[in-house]
Design a protein around this ligand. Structure first.
Ligand SMILES: *Cc1c(COP(=O)(O)O)cnc(C)c1O
Length: 393
């Protein structure tokens, strides 16, 4: 089947939940991907911040292939070495204590919401199940994570939603202080709102969150699903702030493209989960956790955090020198870069694809650049040249 026929069939047999670019990708190498017609693209989406090492990294592929040849899945009725090792590593790099593995970001947040509720009702009282989240946040698509997502337009068609969620304006300290009460069990936030427009938390807001956490017996949950695993130049974005999360949630980059999610929590919170409180069939399976182990060790061995910081500055310097190209503001950190445009992003995305560059958007007329963490300046030069043409078109 050719591209046109495949897309026509796809429209017939899959639900129309995504507006996809009109291309069928078939293979990749590093920061490049190729479609069915043999057209090559630079991939500055990385499967939405998942492909930490780009495509078809030879050692990574060998590592997970070898694991697939031993065990793919055994269920959580048994222990497996890869899962134990990955949890140990996550404790070490996060300074938190215990991990629950899931298969996606939204599931990691569901686990966090359940754990926070159980902690709240056991530590504060039967009504202490309220979670405060931020307007313009994104936490996933399953019902509780969707409800935590502070975007009303995503809620409308799916009511009734679970109760116990409250929304405040991100970075508005008074709004937050007014929302906290005896029924609050947790504040849930992103350090940089990825889907919501690449909006960064302010130091003043961090200070206010810390103050509430200290005085009010309220948990702080940081959703690091997009910002974590090196994306912003440190292992986790909260490490560039003075936030002291009780829980963090991870997914996207953790599996380097394989589906995995994780909730990592302090002992005093984690201890509230008892056998039977939560579970998953696939979560933490030997293949996904092998991928996680490989990715975390590659970030260290290949000095990817330094690369992210250096290439990020390189990209920002270059884009700043462009002037008058419809860029109103440069946002984000590391290799999560947002470009707020004065014109429609849809058009720029289409033009970029024509040039052979894949980019995506975030809310609020923002172009989002998410190259792999091992991207080179050479590839960046090539990608930015294409972006420039797309912006001029
Ligand atoms: C992508 C994302 C999610 C949801 O992850 P899925 O794997 O798509 O369920 C949640 N929170 C943030 C911040 C994300 O970027």
């Amino acid at each position: 089947m050719n591209t046109e026929e495949l897309i026509a069939l796809g429209q017939e047999v899959t639900m129309h939940t995504f507006n996809r670019q009109e291309t069928v990708l078939v293979k990749g190498q590093g920061a490049y991907v190729e479609d069915l017609d043999g057209k090559k693209y630079i991939d500055f989406i990385s499967g939405i911040a998942c492909n930490v090492l780009g495509h078809a990294d030879q050692e990574f592929v060998e590592y997970i292939s070898k694991q697939a040849g031993n065990l793919i899945h055994v269920s959580n009725l048994f222990w497996n070495e890869n899962g134990i090792k990955l949890a140990e590593k996550l404790s070490e790099v996060s300074n938190l204590d215990k991990t629950f593995f899931a298969n996606s970001g939204t599931e990691a947040n569901e686990a966090a919401i359940k754990l926070a509720r159980k902690w709240g009702t056991e530590m504060k009282g039967p009504d202490a199940f309220e979670i405060i989240s931020m307007n313009q946040s994104f936490h996933g698509r399953t019902l509780a994570s969707l409800t935590a997502t502070g975007q009303e337009d995503m809620h409308t068609a799916f009511k009734p939603l679970p109760v116990g969620f409250k929304y405040v304006d991100f970075n508005d300290i008074n709004d937050l202080i007014a929302a906290v009460n005896n029924n609050t069990c947790a504040i849930l936030l992103e350090v940089i709102q990825g889907e919501g427009g690449v909006n960064a938390i302010t130091p003043e807001y961090v200070a206010a969150v810390n103050e509430i956490q200290k005085k009010e017996k309220v948990l702080v949950i940081v959703d690091e699903i997009q910002t974590g695993i090196g994306r912003t130049g440190t292992m986790f974005a909260f490490q560039q702030t003075s936030l002291k999360p009780d829980l963090i949630t991870l997914a996207k980059g953790l599996g380097g493209g394989l589906p995995i999610g994780a909730l990592v929590a302090k002992n005093h919170v984690a201890s509230h989960f008892k056998p039977g409180d939560h579970g998953t069939t696939f979560g933490g399976n030997p293949l996904a956790t092998a991928a996680g182990n490989y990715i975390l060790s590659a970030i260290e061995k290949q000095h990817l955090l330094a690369n992210v910081q250096e290439v990020s500055q390189y990209i920002i310097n270059e884009i700043e020198s462009w002037q008058s190209l419809a860029i109103k503001e440069i946002r984000g950190k590391g290799l999560l870069i947002g470009l707020k445009l004065t014109k429609s992003v849809g058009h720029v995305i289409t033009k970029a694809a024509e040039q052979g560059l894949l980019i995506t958007s975030a809310k609020d007329d923002v172009i989002r650049l998410l190259p792999p963490l091992n991207v080179s300046k050479l590839v960046v030069d090539e990608g930015l040249e294409k972006l420039k043409v797309a912006l001029q078109a």
